[in-house]
Design a protein around this ligand. Sequence first.
Ligand code: HPA
Length: 240
Amino acid sequence: MPTPTAHVSAAAGDFAEAVLLPGDPLRAQHIAENHLENARQVTAVRNMLGFTGSYKGLPVSVMGTGMGIPSVSIYSHELITEYGVKKLVRVGSCGAVATNVALREVILATGACTDSRVNRRRYAGHDFAAVADFGLLRAAARAAEAQGVPLKAGLVHSADLFYEPLPDPFEPMKRMGVLAVEMECAGLYGLAAEHGVRAMALLTVSDQLVTGERTSSEERQSTFDAMVHVALEALVLDAG
Ligand code: HPA
């Protein structure tokens, strides 16, 4: 597939090796405008905005992924195979299903369980362990500690359905020590393994699904910015 690709209008070389991946394309624009230097827009197909700039001298791109495993997989696949992206860092939100995870906390998704079949498709029908890259995890843990941002590291569940029709969908997660539910990590980690590249996800807790608490939009923004700062500092540590 040459560049531009089916879903990305950037030219070859327009993306940095390291890309931050928020779900919302306007969050990608916010990161480009507030966290990167000399950022320029490189793609806007379907309004899925992507930008490339730098952070402390390190080339970094940021692009929206949309919601769910199919959407994140399409964009990430094209970034990896046609634009040479090697480090993919999801910066998203999640709903906590563990009682010891508080609203606004940042979760480092060490691995992702899922009800999606995508990784079984990749792994001859067997159960693939979709895990984050250890070097990126270590860098994120160090960056969070240096900035005084409390982190909880553990498993998330990547769900295909946001609106679950069955009763008590979180029971197996709670019983097995899964911290939170979101909709992309298992796809991203499986895809990274398939292509021999590195991936990690940082997620802020936007909803506490056990207590029913939710963050306000201002709280979401400030927690999100602290998390993006951790992700960028992690990329600097990892590159150094
Ligand atoms: N479910 C799935 N994904 C999410 C949620 C949720 O409740 N909250 C934030 N991302």
